[in-house]
Design a protein around this ligand. Structure first.
Ligand code: SF4
Length: 167
């Protein structure tokens, strides 16, 4: 059971897509979090870089939507790891409710592992889609990612094996 003060944690949400099939396997609830500093040339959504854009929502409101839809969840943005502490709270709350969480981030897996704040944030995620979008490596045929440098990282396997393991 989550404590009341945790449920009051706030997020700047750009959008919540219900029942989408493009951000991971099966029907999913995709949550787009504001804030990103990677500034990838050719970024699909530069408006998402401003951490104050979008609508402010509390964790309790987000969890209500996720429960209503009853799908696994994808976090995207922006970059969900722009605010690693609050994103950790969100991932942990979703994982506790049995949701498999995919996280799209501009950080590489190696950068995540090297930074305790980022590493801690993704600990309970199922999959991290890592690395910046690189325009010259863009490939529309890739499944669930925009450019070929990005990897679908199996989080549990990568932590246990000590090296990035892809799906
Ligand atoms: S990480 Fe994503 S949102 Fe951020 S600049 Fe790169 S493509 Fe855009």
């Amino acid at each position: 059971m989550l404590e009341t003060n945790v449920l009051e944690t706030t997020y700047n949400i750009l959008a919540i897509m219900r029942g989408t099939t493009v951000d991971g396997p099966g029907f999913r609830t995709s949550i787009y979090l504001a804030g990103c500093h990677h500034a990838c040339p050719g970024c699909h959504n530069p408006q998402s870089w401003n951490p104050r854009s979008g609508e402010t929502m509390k964790l309790r409101e987000i969890l209500e939507i996720v429960e209503e839809e009853n799908f696994n969840v994808t976090l995207s943005g922006g970059d969900p790891l722009f605010h690693p502490e609050s994103t950790k709270i969100l991932i942990d709350a979703l994982a506790e409710k049995g949701r498999k969480v995919w996280v799209y981030t501009g950080f590489t897996w190696e950068e995540i592992i090297a930074d305790p704040r980022l590493r801690n944030a993704v600990k309970n995620a199922a999959v991290v889609v890592d690395g910046p979008f690189i325009e010259r490596l863009k490939d529309p045929d890739l499944l669930f990612r925009g450019s070929s440098n990005q990897r679908l990282i199996d989080v549990a396997l990568s932590f246990s094996s000590g090296k990035p393991s892809t799906l």
